[in-house]
Ligand binder design. Structure first.
Ligand code: ADP
Length: 462
């Protein structure tokens, strides 16, 4: 719905001035903000001047479009007669002032060949969208009663607006300078922070290197004397230097056992230090998982023969040949099986292997029905020297280095270790490894039947 507010003619420069004045009056009565009043008044006077200069005048009409999604003030400016040559074509490239007008309004439509001549239609959304037709009629009546201002008063007003605009620009410039300074300060702070971070990271790297070097050196230094202690204790226990009293035998056996425990700790520490220093290499060979399991079965048979624990190696065929560091896989599985035996007072331990053809992964699993691990401790057990506190722990030996070592070895081979457990029900550790390690992949791939799904042996454990 369109409600007409005012209709004026446009013949002289004086008309342009009073049109500007009327535009501002209308905007004030419609409740536009001061900024918007200036924008509309400027856009109207610039468009009117353009029409007057290039098309020898015309008329202007102010209407309000109500009951639409966005009610607006519309100003239709019509030029008399056919379109002058300078007003046909792309108006924005012809007259840069029109492009400026477009920026001041929400809508600016230029029609050089309309049915009633050349026209420019300007639109500005109302700041107060709740105005009704009666309000508009009242505004229209007021406008007719109030004469347009003189040129002098319009000039004074424009000067006033200019001063206001300059003050605003000045204030914005000051804000901008303050913001730039703040930004510069923040930037400087960030640079300093980054430098500090870099320094910290460097110090941590160096400390880590020093720790690895220290561990490696001390472990080496301890290994030889520990070896001698064990050898001497064995000589004494074998009665090479004569008979021992029962008490002496007990003491020497204790010395031998302690030296053995310490040797294991030193070996684990040395392994960890070597991995951290990047001194451990993966030496991949082709091997069969079945053969690896037979060797492990032989190693552990004596440990479980008399106990209440059953150790079951599940059938793994037909899993394709793997190309990996068999020694390191054995070391990891040995550790996981030893733990399972240690923490399963009675029940069973199942060792299995599954092959996931989709992502060419081997999944070695060690599953026990032992004491299990509480949810809160699951992440902790992979930290160096971490042991879960429970009644069973006191009766078993350990260093707390086995799982961190296993995890580092697995990562070195491009794999990982996951664990799932329930307290009192048992635990399942899974070693995930690619079937082929590193450079052997291409050569070995040619030997493996393509797209074969071999998923026998143990079920996938999660
Ligand atoms: P440790 O030499 O003490 O066995 P690990 O790093 O191998 O060191 O294991 C850390 C801790 O994780 C163990 O001390 C034990 O508390 C817990 N743990 C490891 N494996 C099992 C398991 N199969 N069942 C229950 N707890 C386990």
């Amino acid at each position: 719905m369109e409600v007409r507010i005012l209709h004026t003619r446009l013949r002289t420069e004086h008309d342009v001035v009073s049109l500007r004045q009327r535009a501002r009056q209308i905007c004030t009565l419609l409740g536009f903000s001061v900024q918007h009043q200036v924008r509309v008044a400027t856009a109207v006077s610039e468009s009117a001047r353009l029409l007057l200069n290039q098309a020898q005048g015309g008329r202007a009409e102010f209407t309000v479009e109500l009951q639409t999604a966005s009610p607006c003030l519309a100003i239709h400016l019509h030029a008399d007669g056919p379109p002058p040559p300078r007003l046909s074509g792309d108006p924005y490239t012809l007259d840069p002032d029109l492009a400026g007008v477009q920026r001041l309004m929400d809508d600016c439509l230029f029609n050089p060949t309309g049915s009633d001549g050349t026209s420019i239609i300007l639109k500005k959304r109302l700041d107060n969208p709740l105005l009704g037709p009666q309000d508009i009629e009242r505004i229209s009546a007021r406008l007719l009663a109030e004469p347009a201002a003189t040129e002098l008063s319009e000039m004074q007003l424009q000067n006033h607006e200019l001063l206001q605009a300059l003050a605003e620009v000045e204030a914005k410039q000051q804000d901008l300078s303050a913001l730039t300074r703040e930004l510069e300060d923040t930037n400087r702070g960030m640079v300093a922070l980054y430098a500090e971070l870099e320094e910290h990271a460097d110090r941590i790297r160096k400390a880590d290197e020093m720790k690895s070097r220290f561990l490696s050196n001390t472990s080496h230094e301890l290994r030889t004397p520990l070896g001698s202690i064990r050898a001497l204790a064995r000589l004494l226990l074998d009665r090479v230097d004569g008979e021992l009293s029962p008490e002496q035998e007990k003491q020497v056996a204790l010395i031998e056992k302690t030296a053995l425990d310490l040797s294991e700790l030193v070996n684990d520490l040395l392994d960890l230090a070597k991995i951290e220093a990047g001194k451990v290499e993966v030496s991949a060979v082709e091997f069969e998982v079945d053969a690896l399991f037979s060797a492990l079965r032989g190693t552990f048979r004596p440990l479980v023969q008399k106990g209440d624990v059953e150790l079951i190696f599940e059938s793994c065929s037909p899993i394709p040949s793997a190309f990996h560091d068999e020694g390191k896989i054995t070391q990891i599985l040995r550790n996981l099986i030893s733990n399972a035996i240690k923490f399963t007072p009675q029940g069973s331990i199942r060792v299995g292997c599954a092959y996931e053809a989709a992502n060419e992964q081997l999944l070695f699993s060690v599953s026990d029905s032992g004491i299990g691990i509480a949810e809160k401790d699951l992440a902790l057990i992979f930290e160096e020297f971490a042991q879960v506190e429970n009644a069973h722990q006191k009766h078993v030996k350990g260093t707390g280095l086995g799982l961190p070592l296993c995890r580092k070895l697995a990562a070195l081979m491009g794999g990982s270790i996951s664990v799932s457990s329930r307290e009192g029900e048992g635990s399942t550790f899974v070693l995930h490894l690619p079937l082929m390690y590193g450079t052997g992949t291409a050569a070995m791939r040619a030997a493996v039947p393509p797209a074969q799904t071999l998923n026998h042996g143990a079920a996938r454990l999660s």
